[in-house]
Design a protein. Structure first.
Length: 105
């Protein structure tokens, strides 16, 4: 699992933002942002600003649900999930909570 700082840096690059772009997005100078990416340990309110600037959300995920959440995020939502005998079921994008509580359809 990537550290939070690595995830922030990866997200910034995915959006093709440079470090100096963060000044306009969240009011953090390039130097401040560069220090955050290199040394880490930002305050919570700073993390919330950065998340919004990167069009993201901070979430606290219970460890016992982490694998299920990661599976939902990794799923290709462009096609339905196939079941045996040619039947299709809802994709995780349609119902991301399916099966998390032990219920079955």
């Amino acid at each position: 699992m990537q550290s939070l700082i690595e995830q922030i840096k990866k997200r910034r690059k995915e959006l093709a933002f440079k470090q100096h772009d963060m000044l306009l997005r969240v009011g953090i100078s390039r130097q401040q942002y560069q220090r955050l990416e290199s040394k880490g340990n930002p305050r919570l309110d700073t993390l919330e600003l950065i998340a919004k600037g990167l069009r993201s959300e901070l979430l606290l995920i219970p460890q016992e649900k982490l694998n299920a959440v990661l599976a939902v995020l990794a799923e290709d939502t462009s096609k339905p999930v196939e079941e045996k005998a040619g039947e299709t079921r809802k994709s995780m994008a349609d119902d991301p909570w399916q099966g998390l509580l032990g219920d079955r359809e």
